[in-house]
Design a protein around this ligand. Structure first.
Ligand code: NAD
Length: 257
């Protein structure tokens, strides 16, 4: 009998796939039949997730990898040897304007959010070419589209993610490789909890409320909601979609007036 799963027999590589949005994407893609490869700095939580996926009948492998290190990325991708789907999700945050952003902070954001995405694209695109095509999804942000306060380095990095999306989509149009990006507003993940705890100690509840209300819809997104759109864009149902960014933002970009 033919499987009705949307990613049956596809190999999906998900960076930062052990936590938050990446975790939801790993679970969703595995449930849809993909063989999931999670590239993570934090292998402890990723190992627990992979075990959960395997216990549910799915296929998941964890690879210790710092996406900012090209040698590590090339070694891991060489070992995997096949890629139908790449989700460039690993990313880190930073709060600060152009004056308060230090060179070290700028370099750190650059090395993970921009160079990390480049390292993955550089390693995976040749495999997709060999394979006759593939689907790439890069995690951008509303920070690429609107002027957020105190997000200088982060916004710059997410603008670059979108620009890389267009470049790859254009260059590999005729290799059957599609490349899109997602731009979420606030999603309730450990990334957000950590960000609040670090930057607003003692005011966690108040900040959670403020961040929830900054989406006109009145709440943050759930990671599963981001995973649903990621699934569609990485599946063959989205075969006509490339070179685009998809805001998933509770009205943040267009309705905040
Ligand atoms: N949460 C939000 O509100 C939100 C909104 C818009 C965009 N995003 C973007 O979504 C992505 C995921 O965010 P999240 O909220 O799920 O974050 P998260 O912190 O919960 O998860 C990120 C994962 O990436 C991993 N990671 C970090 N640096 C890495 C590196 N150098 N190499 C390999 N793995 C690394 C971390 O270990 C972690 O497991 C990020 O790119 C973020 O910028 C998040």
């Amino acid at each position: 009998m033919m499987s009705t799963k949307k990613l049956n027999s596809k190999t999906a590589i998900i960076t930062g796939g052990g936590s938050g949005i990446g975790r939801a994407i790993s679970l969703c893609f595995a449930a849809e039949g993909a063989s999931v490869h999670i590239l993570e700095l934090n292998t402890a939580t990723a190992d627990v997730l992979a075990e959960e996926i395997r216990a549910g009948g799915g296929t998941a492998t964890v690879h210790a990898c710092d996406v900012s290190r090209q040698d590590q990325v090339l070694a891991v991708i060489h070992g995997i040897g096949k890629a139908d789907i790449l989700v460039n999700n690993a990313g880190i945050a930073h709060v600060g304007n152009v004056e308060t952003t230090s060179e070290a902070d700028f370099d750190r954001i650059y090395s993970v959010n921009i160079k990390g995405a480049y390292n993955m694209l550089h390693a995976v695109v040749p495999l997709m070419k060999e394979n006759g095509g593939g689907a790439i999804l890069n995690m951008a942000s509303i920070a690429a589209w609107v002027g957020l306060s105190d997000r200088f380095a982060y916004s710059a990095s997410k603008g670059a993610v979108y620009a890389m999306t267009l470049s790859v989509a254009r260059d590999y149009l005729h290799y059957g490789i599609r490349c899109n990006s997602l731009s979420p507003a606030r999603v309730h993940t450990p990334f957000v909890d950590g960000f609040i705890a670090k930057n607003y100690p003692g005011r966690e509840a108040e900040m959670f409320e403020t961040l929830s209300k900054s989406q006109p819809i009145g709440r943050m997104a759930k990671p599963e909601e981001i995973a649903s759109l990621a699934l569609y864009l990485c599946s063959d149902e989205a075969a006509f979609i490339t070179g685009n960014d998809y805001p998933i933002d509770g009205g943040f970009i267009k309705l905040n007036n």
